[in-house]
Design a binder for this molecule. Structure first.
Ligand code: UD1
Ligand code: MG
Length: 451
């Protein structure tokens, strides 16, 4: 039992003018296909089949990355939406329960809308998702008789009277899985496009005495992406929703229109996000954190009470415990910073562990890469790393240890020790004045020669 998702994504997307299959173009950091998968995931589907054609290999890889349970059905020739769904038949042979058809290029269908379709399925054999279009254009039209959906007519095949209908087909259909494949068997391609239309199954079902209805949703949910301009519109729409959602969840955004979220950004209540902050995929920010202006965060976790930025960059694997402080022009990658640690200025901390309340001075660099391999740096609790320390990994600095400013640390520093690794200072009395005199004379001589 349960629902099987069938997500159509074999189309080429000619108008994208791209080598990338259309459904892999990203919105908020994830392929649009993934947005469709996530919408369907709210129904806790038992199965998820993606119909791929153009760029099937890349589509398979993306599906594996985001939804390991997804299976790919190959449609090598694009003969129409019914033909596309038919390719899922073998994978769903054993499936008992409903199938829900979604499009991989329609990323905004809301979970709540799908739930309404499931509810309508309790009453009707087939449920189609429709919308009232401001400009019905070339959409398929839903021909209703009261609550009953009698048939769907494609624009190309519609009469003038049918074209006047503004209730349009989104493409989303729910139906018992075995029934769906039975109905598809009866679909032909004798129409204006010479394609096997999935939409034909409604009239076929009605002729067999099955019932069909349409559930309506907001037109914005059915926004499909066919061009770069529509991709940009989709991004804008996603961001607008994400900002509203964040604020409704109790997050303060000082300038909402300048904050950009990824598809999976999670931010706790009472956090404050300043202007021009960008979230890449995989960022979580706990309650009460403060992200200051012009920071970029991805694949990271920021705990309660931490302050990040302005101008900070948190890369994948950056784990900030409570009350950590990351300041301006600091980059953190694959590093755990324990509670209260501070890295306030101009530093790179990568492949490292930084103990609680450690203080990392300005310009410190964990030299983690030897040109071939990455190495780890461990800095103990309450350690004080002097400004401009180069930590040549692998290296450990102990708890309560110190390094002198400008040190190049190549060997471990025990707990409580001070390590200074820089040339001794040489001071020559009067020498600076003499040097200035020599240089000034030289300059004067050169100026005279040039006359
Ligand atoms: C389809 C509907 C139309 C609806 C519109 C909504 C049919 C016949 N028509 O028309 O009623 O109003 O969507 O956007 O279903 N695809 C495949 N293999 C194929 C053909 C299509 O995987 O052989 C996929 C496409 O990649 C796309 C989706 O199915 O994701 C829809 O196909 P598209 O060609 O865009 O259908 P429309 O003509 O827009
Ligand atoms: Mg289309």
């Amino acid at each position: 039992m349960g629902i099987a998702l069938i997500i159509l994504g074999a189309g080429k997307g000619t108008r994208m003018h791209s080598d990338l299959p259309k459904v892999l173009h990203p919105i908020a950091g994830a392929p649009m296909l993934v947005h469709a998968i996530r919408a369907g995931a709210s129904l806790e589907p038992a199965r998820c089949v993606i119909v791929a054609g153009h760029g099937a290999e890349a589509v398979t890889k993306a599906a594996e990355d985001y939804e390991p349970a997804a299976q790919i059905a190959l449609q090598s020739e694009q003969l129409g939406t019914a033909h596309a769904v038919a390719q899922a038949r073998d994978l769903l042979k054993e499936h008992e329960g409903d199938a829900l058809v979604l499009y991989g290029d329609t990323p905004f269908i809301q979970p709540e809308t799908l739930e309404r379709m499931v509810a309508a399925r309790a009453v009707h054999d087939l449920v189609v998702l429709g919308f009232h279009a401001a400009d019905p254009g070339r959409y398929g039209r839903l021909v209703m008789a009261g609550d009953t959906l009698e048939r769907i007519v494609e624009f190309k095949d519609a009469t003038e009277a049918e074209r006047a209908i503004d209730f349009c087909n989104s493409g989303v259909i729910a139906c018992d899985s075995a029934t769906l494949f039975d109905l598809i068997d009866a679909v032909g391609n004798d129409n204006a496009a010479g394609e096997y239309y999935l939409t034909d199954i409604i009239a076929i079902a009605r002729a067999r005495g099955l019932s069909a209805t349409a559930v309506a949703c907001d037109e914005a949910e059915t926004l499909g992406v066919n061009s770069r301009a529509e991709l940009a519109q989709a991004e804008t729409l996603f961001q607008a929703r994400a900002r509203t959602q964040a604020m409704e969840n109790g997050v303060t955004l000082l300038a909402p229109e300048t904050v950009f979220f990824a598809f999976d950004t999670a931010i706790g209540r009472d956090s404050l996000i300043e202007q021009n902050v960008v979230f890449g995929p995989g960022a979580t920010v706990e309650s009460g954190a403060h992200i200051r202006a012009f920071s970029h965060l991805e694949g990271c976790h920021v705990s309660r009470g931490a302050i990040v930025g302005p101008y900070a960059r948190l890369r994948p694997g950056a784990e900030l415990a409570e009350y950590v402080r990351i300041g301006n022009f600091v980059e953190i990658k694959n590093a755990v910073l324990e509670a209260g640690a501070k890295v306030n200025h101009l530093s790179y901390i990568g492949d490292a562990t930084v103990g609680a309340d450690a203080n990392i001075g300005a310009g410190t660099v964990t030299c983690n890469y030897d040109g071939v391999m990455k190495h780890h740096t461990t800095i103990g609790a309450r350690a004080f790393i002097g400004s401009d320390t180069m930590l040549i990994a692998p290296v450990n600095v102990g708890d309560d240890a110190m390094t002198g400013s400008g040190s190049v640390i190549t060997r471990d520093v025990p707990d409580g020790a001070l390590a200074i690794a820089r040339p001794e200072q040489v001071t020559k009395p009067g020498m600076a004045r003499k040097l200035f005199d020599i240089l000034k004379k030289k300059k004067a001589k050169q100026a005279k020669g040039a006359e």
